[in-house]
Design a binder for this molecule. Sequence first.
Ligand code: NAD
Length: 484
Amino acid sequence: MVSRVIPVDPFDLVIFGGTGDLARRKILPGLFRRFVAGQMPPDSRIVGAARSDLDDAGYRALAEAAIAEFVTEAKRDPAAIAAFLDRLRYVAIDARGDGGWAALGALMRPGVVRAFYFSVAPALFGDLAERLHAHGIADGASRIVVEKPFGRDLASAKALNRVLAGHFAESQIYRIDHYLGKETVQNLMAVRFANILFEPIWKAQYVDHVQITVAETVGVEGRGAYYDTSGAMRDMVQNHMMQLLCLIAMEPPYHFDPNAVRDEKLKVIRALDPVQPQDIVRGQYLAGGGQGGYLEHSGNPASRTESYVALKVSVSNWRWKGTPFYLRTGKRLRSRYSEIAITFKEPPHAIFDGEKGWRDNVLVIRLQPNEGMKLMVMIKEPGPGGMRLVQVPLDMSFAEALGEEGSDMPDAYERLIMDVIRGNQTLFMRGDEVEAAWAWADPVIAGWEERGTRPQGYDPGSSGPEDALMLLHRDGRRWREIKE
Ligand code: NAD
């Protein structure tokens, strides 16, 4: 299959926080890969803007090291690296002062797309927005990209939205949720809305339940102090997992248009029932395998922050009433494994002999590792000896189905940054969506803070706390295995 790369318009992209961890690991390597793919016009420019006292040469050296560390060797053609580095500039800037702003303004060119990536702490968003306008650097056509966390509750998210809205229209604000940039997640929409096959049965009448799992093997070591102020609910559920749930549950939008899609997602969030205490399990990983537990890693021996959470979520609308969505995410689990599994109901009448409870059709959407989809179907076991049924996967691993293109899919950040330049907000969260998701999550968090309950300990390398199993057992269901 021939890859189709449509170049974007020439741009000036300023990365505030351009020397930070995110810029080094994701933004610069991602831009380089788009450059190699031919999507970034040669007359585009990337400006690093941060506190460090660097010059253009120093920033290029930083970017070169980031490419060496985070781009696969096959893509590191020296000529391409040199041409890419040539696109880079650097301005030392103070978000809270006046230093550097005039120099930044002087670098901006007329007639090209102007985008500003706020890869800094959210506390600086207001300072950046204000100074971009005070110095005449941003105008009504400029775009800003903001990173998570977008608030830590409804009040702080509203405050951030207000700060940004004071300087930019909603159509200029791109709130990143990198899960939406994952190829598989977009494929979920393609599979749902570009085929006749699934949509007629995509409802409570035919779907028994949905499971969304985001399992990580890493703990919080290294960023424990930050994580301890957040926890799994804020760090994963309110944003990434909520977005996945929305894409599964939403009604077909009238068109694949940013506001049409986001309107439908918002309706899902608004239809969520409040989560009851008995429908939540929180966990904290224990020490083991020669490593410390959460309490050591967070540096807070009395911490009640969860490194694992499982919830049963109900969407109260015509389509989904009665079909539970089970969400779970955690750190230091058995494997790094993320998937969405949609389990369909059994056929209404069994004409073949056999055990009950294993005839489920399951659509599994794998986010990592090996992005892909498979549909579990029942077929006849080959050979004589009567009708014995066996469950087999119809497998659509993208790497196999799409050849080289499938194994070399753009990283979520690459895709999303190109969407910013194109001016396409479909895969970015709108302000009202973020607020609605916090309005749903806030009472859950407030509830356990009020009750002061401790998360349940779980062994590292396990599939989470014991109580999480009960969440499904009591409904006559079980979690899918977290694979090795
Ligand atoms: P970092 O601490 O590594 O880098 C921060 C950057 O901000 C540096 O370039 C620093 O020079 C700059 N900076 C700090 N204060 C400044 C000031 N007053 N004026 C100008 N520049 C200033 O942070 P990071 O990990 O790169 O994260 C950046 C943002 O991205 C944060 O909002 C973070 O929550 C978010 N984020 C990061 C990751 C990640 O993997 N690192 C993932 C998701 C979201």
